[in-house]
Design a binder for this molecule. Structure first.
Ligand SMILES: [Zn+2]
Ligand SMILES: [Zn+2]
Length: 129
């Protein structure tokens, strides 16, 4: 695996808070590495997520999204504009920690996504009235 490519992909992801798909990230990384392929970006992202450096998430049947943010947080998708926001639970323990304390199983993670109407869309709607 090419370390330079990997570093640039990771840095690009870290600079975004939009939770891009591999495709979106590829479009951006390509400006710096014109010869890189989508497959390479995808492989690097998968490897980084297997190593726990980034998080991969997304609904079944949809393109996976990637997030370099590794603190305890959840995702909120706006049903109106499709934007994905970070929800920060503050001092609340992560669901993984809670589940591990109440089950015999060893819980490693979860797929959970909140949805609704984002603050921007809510404001817009109120102004339309
Ligand atoms: Zn919205
Ligand atoms: Zn996030």
């Amino acid at each position: 695996m090419n370390t330079k490519q990997r570093t640039i992909i990771l840095e690009k992801l870290q600079s975004l808070n939009t939770h891009p798909t591999a495709d979106e990230l590829f479009q951006r990384v390509r400006k710096k590495l014109p010869n890189i392929s989508l497959g390479t970006v995808y492989r690097n992202l998968n490897q980084l997520s297997e190593q726990g450096i980034i998080t991969k998430f997304g609904k079944a049947g949809e393109q996976k999204r990637f997030d370099a943010r590794q603190d305890n947080h959840y995702h909120f998708t706006c049903s109106e504009c499709g934007k994905i926001y970070d929800l920060i639970p503050g001092k609340m323990p992560s669901l993984t920690t809670i589940m591990n304390s109440i089950t015999q199983h060893e819980v490693h993670g979860f797929d959970l996504e909140f949805y609704g109407k984002c603050a921007n869309c809510k404001t817009k709607e109120n102004n339309d009235d």
